[in-house]
Ligand binder design. Sequence first.
Ligand code: HXC
Length: 286
Amino acid sequence: MFQTDLLEGRTILITGGGTGLGRAMALRFAELGAGLFLVGRREDPLEQTANDIRAKGARAAWFSADIRDFAAVEQALAAAEREFGRPFGGIDTLVNNAAGNFIARTEKLSPNAFNSIVEIVLHGTFHCTLALGRRWIEAKQPGTVLSIVTTYAAANCGSGFVVPSACAKSGVLAMTRSLAIEWAPHQIRLNAIAPGPFPTEGAFSRLVPSKELEERARNHHPMKRFGRPEELANLAAYLVSEQAGYVNGECVVIDGGEWLRGAGEFNHFLDLPGSAWDAMEATRQK
Ligand code: HXC
């Protein structure tokens, strides 16, 4: 479906780009011709992913930074400039992928627990968006921002037991839609993706703590399966590409219909065995 030069000449910064969905997007963007600049906290996965990208023949560099710290984000852009030899590394696309989350009863949370999630997800996303957005505006060059949110942000329903994440991701979506308008005159597009369950080590180790709960989640899913990272990476590639040049301020859900299942009044009938349907239909015919 994609031309192999879809992202030729592009330079994409991905936060949390060393692991999980960030890594999947980085490798896919590289296959489509982009150069990658990976930012994250842990050096080893960043270096590994950058090496894997280079092995595909694409440009890649990385910088270890905690995006909660605006000064560290600025240092990352200075590093991109050194690595790629152009102002702010010639980065034209930002993917806000880095996140933090855990399952907890809210009454047990410390204020610092709330802060740590909101600072990674909301402040960190804002820091990266601000740092690049103001450079694009100053340089009078177009830019694209793609933020990874969640279905509980897209559906505006929140979620129990992940309250800091629900608050932070809703804020990221509000930022996306607000700036999509404010920065449209500067040719800067901002969109979001709301993934449902994608099995990655970072998310599943924290959010799906046992095999039994994983099985329960899969069985409850209308398609009886989780997402594949390449499915999300392809959607991301489309949204950051020029093919999506008129898509702005949008949030695309990719969850196999998982959240809709919880929304429809009678969707729990999915669990009804055939024999129960037969009995109900037999009653109606009488
Ligand atoms: C309650 C917890 C906790 C838990 C940490 N804390 N884990 N509280 N339950 N399970 C508290 C700590 O006690 C501390 O508060 C505060 O949070 C900060 O914890 P630290 O470990 O000091 O923070 P830090 O080292 O900065 O680590 C941040 C983190 C960690 C978020 C806690 O888990 C992390 O680095 N995660 C990154 C990867 C990740 O979470 N990926 C999942 C993303 S999935 P006190 O008061 O004791 O100091 C996602 C989408 C989900 O976002 C959508 C699915 C459909």
